[in-house]
Design a protein around this ligand. Sequence first.
Ligand code: NI
Length: 256
Amino acid sequence: MELFDSHAHYNDEKFDEDRDEIIKEIYKSGVTKIVNAGYSLESSQKAIEIAKNYDFMYTTAGISPNDIEDFKQEDLDKIENIAKNQKVVAIGEIGLDYHWNTENKSIQKDVFISQIKIANKLNLPIVIHTRDAIYDTLDILKNKMQCKQKGVFHCCPLNKDLVREGLKLGFNISLAGPITFKNSKYADEIINMIPLDRLLIETDSPYLSPEPLRGKRNDSRNVKYIAQKIAEIKDITLEEVAKSTYSNTKKIFQIN
Ligand code: NI
């Protein structure tokens, strides 16, 4: 059985001590593809430098809504250039976050929209980060910007409106550790709402360790806990979840 971790951050400093060692262990454990996600100019570039060492690792390039403090217009050209690297399979993570930042909503929206334009220009899908900003995010995707290649709601918030509307708009849904948390409301209902052919799994490492490892540094080996939870709720085998999510992720990111 092979698993695809559709979103992790091996560009994070929490892996500085043992990055290569852990990535090799992950591969041996059966997680044979990984998307190493960028969230700023620096982290997008670093993601590529790391991924160059591993055939099975791909990256995203983008500026997240939590990394726009020093945003300059020319950063968009820089992201576009970084995204031309052959390791880059999507523009992301991009989006809106009103949990951490409420005072710069209009800049967040501008930067999100501008990066969707880059994705369309380069014919890439987008990886969306949305937190406490569901309706503004949907408004942009529905009414303001057409995404040519669609994309993924990464670590999708467990909100039924978002999942329903996101699916309707043609996006895929990627589920992470929170579906395993005991206090997660709606997790089971949401898992059942998502057709198997639109579903991706991820760890968002080093963050969001699933049960039973909450609080520890996360890594891609734990993506199996996400797959297990989905198998249990959908009443199918773990192998079926692994196989579908693997091929869905390859398809959306145009990986052969
Ligand atoms: Ni992330």
